[in-house]
Design a protein around this ligand. Structure first.
Ligand code: PGA
Length: 248
C-alpha cells in the first residue's frame, strides 16, 4: 500500500531564526504516526534544523546535483545533504523547470543519480494553465513521467513518490477541484499499472500539490488515488501544516 505523506516545501522563505522556531513548534506537535512527514527548508538550514529536531519528521532539500562531487559551483551533492541529516530531495519542481530551465533529460539524470545512491526523492510533474485550458493535461503529464521517470525498473521505482502539482494551482490560491485532482491521480496510477503492474503501482505514493491548505486538505486526501500532499505556502506556519497532517 502507498505510504501517506505530507511534505512542506518552504521554497526561499524563512531565515535561520524562523526556521529554528518552526522546528521547535513541530517538535512540540503530536504528529500522526501513520503519515510520513517531510520538510524541505532552504538547504542551508537542514543542518541546524536537524540538530534541533526531536519530532517524527524528516528533512530534505528542494534540489540537488546529478553529480557526485567536484567543480560544480553553487551545487549541493547527495552525500553533502546526507552528511547534515537530509534524507530526501525534490526533483523537477515546476519552479526549477521554469526558472532554472531544468530539462527532462537533466531530471532523468537526477532520478538516476538518486537511485544509484539509494537516496529518496519526490518526482514533481504538472501542467501549466495554457495546457489545462486546451485539454492537453493528461498527455503533458504522461510525457513528463515517460521522459524522466518511467525508464526506471519496477524494482527501482517501487515505493517511490510522485507529486502532481498543476502549475496554475501553485501559490495562486486556486486549488484543483477534487474531481480534477482524482482524475489526474487515477490516470497516473493507471500509467504506472501499464508500465509496472498493479502491485508496484499501488505501492507508489501520488501526492497532490497546489494551494492545499487546512480548509481543503481533508477533501483532497479523501480521494482514493491521492496519497498525501506537497504543501507550499500553508507549510510556513506550524499550526496550518500540522492541521493539514491531522486532516488524514
Ligand atoms: P503552494 O505550493 O501550496 O503554495 O501552492 C505548492 C508547491 O509548489 O509545492
Amino acid at each position: 500500500m502507498a505510504q501517506k505523506i505530507v511534505a512542506g516545501n518552504w521554497k526561499m522563505n524563512h531565515d535561520l531564526e524562523q526556521s529554528l522556531q518552526l522546528t521547535e513548534e513541530l517538535n512540540a506537535k503530536q504528529l500522526d504516526e501513520d503519515v510520513r512527514v517531510i520538510i524541505f527548508p532552504p538547504a542551508l538550514f537542514v543542518q541546524p534544523m536537524s540538530a534541533l529536531k526531536e519530532g517524527d519528521f524528516e528533512l530534505g532539500v528542494q534540489n540537488f546535483s546529478q553529480n557526485t562531487d567536484g567543480a560544480y559551483t553553487g551545487e549541493i551533492s547527495i552525500s553533502q545533504v546526507e552528511s547534515v541529516g537530509g534524507t530526501v530531495g525534490l526533483i523537477g519542481h515546476s519552479e526549477r523547470r521554469a526558472y532554472h530551465a531544468e530539462s527532462s533529460e537533466l531530471l532523468k539524470s537526477k532520478v538516476d543519480h538518486a537511485v544509484a545512491n539509494n537516496f529518496d526523492f519526490i518526482f514533481c510533474c504538472g501542467e501549466p494553465l495554457s495546457v489545462r485550458e486546451s485539454g492537453g493535461e493528461l498527455a503533458f503529464v504522461k510525457k513528463q513521467l515517460q521522459e524522466s521517470l518511467f525508464h526506471l525498473t519496477a524494482n527501482q521505482i517501487d515505493g517511490g513518490v510522485i507529486a502532481y502539482e498543476p502549475v496554475w494551482a501553485i501559490g495562486t490560491g486556486v486549488t484543483a477541484s477534487v474531481e480534477q485532482a482524482e482524475d489526474m491521480h487515477k490516470n497516473i496510477r493507471s500509467w504506472l499499472v501499464e508500465v509496472y503492474g498493479t502491485a508496484v503501482a499501488n505501492n507508489i505514493s501520488i501526492l497532490y500539490g497546489g494551494s492545499c491548505k487546512p480548509s481543503n486538505a481533508k477533501e483532497l486526501f479523501s480521494c482514493p488515488n491521492v496519497d498525501g500532499g506537497l504543501i507550499g505556502g500553508a507549510s510556513l506556519k506550524a499550526t496550518d501544516f500540522s492541521a493539514i497532517i491531522q486532516s488524514y
